[in-house]
Design a protein around this ligand. Structure first.
Ligand code: K1U
Ligand code: ZN
Length: 161
């Protein structure tokens, strides 16, 4: 049975905090696997394309990215969900693109955010394996949005008034 977790909403302090790194001792643990499974179930239930642990009230550096085509990004690739632990952006393109974003923690609001078009990301899998991947376009946008959550930033913080 999938565990669906409550999603923190704008105004909740947890969304403003810098999340803690996952420790070596937590890799391959039942707790980390259960967190990732519950995050994925919660993301799917809310029809999201990504989620970060602080959104489910866990201030740890874990994100999931699951691009799929959608009305705003019809050419987006369909990805199997990727769980990233302690993700870091190693390189980002100078080329930036403006694109629409939404957020499970900011219901009924959309906005245009400028993001790097492509990024190189270092992360760990749930078992602690180190990975390096390049993301472009919509998947790169989701990764940047989710890493912002780990640093206490919401997409609305990027919008000028
Ligand atoms: O982190 C989140 O709050 C999930 C968020 C991810 C995201 C969507 C769009 C751009 C960047 C990051 C969502 O899944 S919002 C809902 C959604 O499925 C969606 C919203 C706008 C465009 C495409 C999809
Ligand atoms: Zn969000």
């Amino acid at each position: 049975m999938s565990v669906i977790l409550p999603v923190a909403q704008r105004g909740d302090v947890i969304l403003t905090l810098k999340a803690a790194s996952v420790a070596e001792s937590e890799f391959n643990s039942a707790w980390l696997n259960e967190l990732a499974a519950a995050m994925q179930a919660t993301m799917l239930e809310r029809s999201g394309v990504g989620i970060a642990a602080p959104q489910v009230y866990i201030s740890k550096r874990v994100i999931i990215v699951a691009s799929r085509p959608n009305p705003r990004y019809p050419d987006a690739p369909e990805m199997d969900a990727v769980v990233m632990v302690n993700p870091e952006i190693l390189e980002q393109s100078d080329v930036t693109v403006l694109g629409e974003e939404g957020c499970l923690s900011v219901p009924n609001e959309r906005g245009q955010v400028q993001r790097a078009q492509s990024i190189k990301v270092l992360y760990h899998t749930l078992t602690g394996k180190q990975m390096e991947s390049i993301f472009e376009g919509f998947p790169a946008r989701i990764v940047q949005h989710e890493i912002d959550h780990l640093n206490g930033i919401l997409f609305v913080d990027h919008l000028s008034t």
